[in-house]
Design a protein around this ligand. Sequence first.
Ligand SMILES: [Zn+2]
Length: 414
Amino acid sequence: MKTAAVSKERLNNHINQLGEIGKTSDHGVQRLALSNEDKEARYIVTEWMKNAGLTVSHDHFGNLIGRKEGSDPSLPPVMIGSHIDSVRNGGKFDGTIGVLAGIEIVKSITDAHIIHKHPIEVVAFCEEEGSRFNDGLFGSRGMVGKITQQDLKKVDDHNQSRYEALKTFGFGINPDQMEDSIRTIGEIKHYFELHIEQGPYLEKSGHAIGIVDGIAGPVWSTVKLTGEAGHAGTVPMELRKDPLVGAAEVILAVENLCKGDSDAPTVGTVGRISAFPGGNNIIPESVEFSLDIRDIDVERRSRVIQRIEKKIQEVSRSRNLEYKIEKYVDALPVQCSHHLVQSLKQSCRNLGIDAPLMVSGAGHDAMLLAEITEVAMVFVRCRHGISHSPKEWADIEDIIIGTEVLYETVLQHI
Ligand SMILES: [Zn+2]
């Protein structure tokens, strides 16, 4: 393999040093957005950015931005980004490798005195995980102009609003001036993001990295089935209107319908269910469960959802239940830029790396940036597909392969 100029040792050190900030007793990381740990992380990342030749600032959404000017100041920047906030007791790779790889790429470009026309920006987006204000992708939604006053009113566990947290965080962040930080179409040339896969595909297929060609969009609904409560000992089986048994039938159908096309990446999950009133000896009166359906193809996703809804109708009819389906998120899948995918593939060929095309089942900042620019993502293999856990792990050998591919690719576009 041809080696690029990026330094494995330096990148590894940065990942480990950042992993010390907010380290938990079981070696996880807890760095909630706009917390003291987040502040400490920003100080150290700022130092690394400056050392790489980037000029550092914050926008009014709390995004940390490093910028290196190109030779033509009239051109839009090529952006590399991800996030440095974490979930509660998460891992040290999710998000951070994207930001630190970006800094490493710029450091290599600076040290090699490579002349580039376009500016380069490295961004750590604010609150991607949504673990503090229960509402993720904040900084990237802000950058593309999708944040409302409602989003600023969200409060954390201590009843502090996001507005207050931003206003008092420092770094010149002022949520009253958010409008000034919105970017529009044409203002960013391309957006690149390196991220751990958070799934088992690369490990299973034996690849260090994969090229993402699409990010699945989720549809989130709440389903409520209502029947009739009764005594578990006295109501005969044939006279029951038991919504929990109905829910069981529906949940099995969700699995079957999502598995229907074995070539499709459709996934469906019921992750939460509750029965009311919820007693050992009571036939439930009603049952509520969540439904999370994702796919990269919006028409196939709609077909699956229609079939699930039809099943809910059938089950309700045959069991004498009432049903209500409430859809509260309906996000469009995102296609990564065809020509950036080709460009990543070419870099892989140049470096002798075999990287499959794959779909991202999880949402990322790239999904939002796609609203205003062409985006591309590289996934890095992670152990057993585990993330959002102290057990999260990616080998530095794999991370450096992803960083080198990105380095080669970014050089083609600046
Ligand atoms: Zn992430």
